[in-house]
Write a protein that binds this ligand. Structure first.
Ligand code: AMP
Length: 449
């Protein structure tokens, strides 16, 4: 197994990676980092969620740090072009974090932000500039910045660049960059158009790709259920218990919520462990081992703690909370449906998380319809035909403050808990499960108290 220390990165970068909890390089990092350090041009097939950013940013920082800026003004020596503002921010933030202990000045420039503010940001220059094509061209054309000293040029998500029609902007930008440079082209897919672009930009490039699957792969079924925040724990245990799942990874936004959910599940009779940054290494190892070996059915983790965990091919991943960074979603659900196996990723989406879902759909370029909580028949999820028309939070309240009966629901036995509770009905079919009839069966929620 390759370690970061095998990749000839300097001690400062190794230290940074350790503090960030990156235990081991991803396959694209193993392949790309040594080649980039050797100064080669690269044509890399890598999707979001594979760790591609660190794959180009780490060796770029390493190379540029060999000749640190000596003047107050930092000349732009590393340039990364990204198709979207979100990606520019994300790549910029990650690159800044990686270069922290090497004094790298990293700035992101993108459209939509005020031009004068961005010029001000560039007052002292940047060692690495991450930019969207349009805004960069504006700045360069107006001579606000110079690209005459670029040594390493990265085209990130090249296929999306072409889809978005940036080819002319890219060509114009190229005319401002020195011919003598290292060029790295990253793309989620290789197409004839990408090959043609590569021919014009790269010099005797080395082609690398990895079999690491993108989390948005077809074999991962992605579902989003519309829930109220207060119902999440109940719905979670309903799903795990009702479908008899034996290995489920659950993600929460905070450590406290991870502990809370873990306690809740245990009280419901579902074996669970929590994995987060407050746990001692010894506890983390024990938790992981219990989960991997099937001694517990559920691991409840935060994003940071789950990073670098060597768990493959999980059948289910549940987002108890949606992450506020959409790429974290990709990273999370990349843990299911691997190596040709089917997987399911379920997100419990409270009303205040809808924007996160929209960001995720935009990033993965795929719609995940928000639907009503399903029922379960004979251990199988039965999705409601239509998405919930009235989210619980927006439903009309009656005088007693309780949610009014929805105008139209499917049969009571197939209604999710919040609807059956609202109508006061209790499903009678023993093969059909809803969060409600489980509670009628005698279980009590910790949060009921
Ligand atoms: P990317 O494919 O660059 O968007 O990366 C996806 C996610 O993986 C980001 O949240 C990174 O912080 C994280 N990441 C990148 N490399 C590693 C690694 N070697 N170990 C753990 N997490 C990583």
């Amino acid at each position: 197994m390759t370690a970061f220390s095998d990749l000839h990165l300097c001690p400062e970068l190794l230290f940074t990676l350790q503090t960030m909890g990156y235990d081991q390089p991803t396959p694209i990092q193993v392949k790309a980092i040594p080649l980039i350090l050797e100064g080669k041009d690269l044509l890399a097939e890598a999707q979001t969620g594979t760790g591609k950013t660190a794959g180009f940013a780490l060796p770029m920082i390493e190379r540029l740090s060999k000749t640190p800026a000596t003047e107050e003004y930092h000349k732009i020596r590393g340039l990364v072009l990204t198709p979207t503002r979100e990606l520019a921010v994300q790549v910029g933030d990650h690159t800044l974090a990686y270069g922290k202990h090497l004094g790298m000045r990293v700035i992101s420039l993108y459209g939509g932000a005020r031009f004068d503010n961005q010029i001000r940001k560039m007052k002292r220059g940047a060692d690495i500039l991450v930019a969207t094509p349009g805004r960069l061209l504006e700045m360069v054309s107006q001579k606000k910045i110079s690209l005459a000293h670029v040594e390493i040029f990265v085209l990130d998500e090249a296929d999306r660049m072409l889809d978005l029609g940036f080819i002319h902007d890219i060509k114009k930008i190229m005319s401002f960059i020195p011919h003598e440079r290292q060029t790295l082209l990253f793309s989620a897919t290789f197409s004839p158009a990408i090959e043609t672009l590569a021919d014009t930009l790269l010099k005797t490039p080395i082609k690398v790709s990895t079999s690491t699957r993108n989390a948005t792969a077809k074999l991962v079924q992605q579902k989003a259920y519309k829930v109220d925040n207060g119902d999440k724990s109940d719905i979670l245990s309903f799903l795990i218990d009702g479908c008899h799942w034996s290995q489920t990874l659950v993600f929460t936004r905070t450590k406290r919520r991870a502990d809370m959910v873990c306690d809740y599940l245990k009280a419901e009779g579902i074996t669970a462990v929590a994995m987060h940054g407050d746990k001692l290494q010894r506890e983390r190892n024990a938790a992981l081992s219990a989960f991997v070996h099937g001694e517990v059915r559920v691991m409840v983790a935060t994003d940071v703690a789950a990073r670098g965990l060597d768990i493959e091919s999980l059948p289910q991943v549940i987002n108890y909370d949606l992450p506020n960074l959409p790429e974290a979603y990709v990273h999370r659900i990349g843990r299911t449906g691997r190596a040709g196996k089917e997987g399911m990723a379920i997100s419990l989406v409270a009303p205040d998380e809808k924007n996160y879902l929209a960001d995720i759909c935009q990033l993965i370029n795929k719609q995940i319809p928000l639907q009503a909580v399903p029922t379960i028949e004979n251990g199988q999820l039965i999705d409601a035909k239509k998405s919930a028309q009235n989210p619980p939070s927006t439903r009309r309240k009656n005088k007693s403050g309780k949610a009014a009966k929805p105008k139209k629901t499917s049969k009571a036995k197939t209604s999710p808990k919040h609807l059956t509770q609202a109508t006061g009905s209790s499903p009678s079919d023993p093969t059909t499960s809803t969060p409600s009839n489980r509670r009628h069966a005698g279980r009590r929620s910790l949060f009921d108290k």
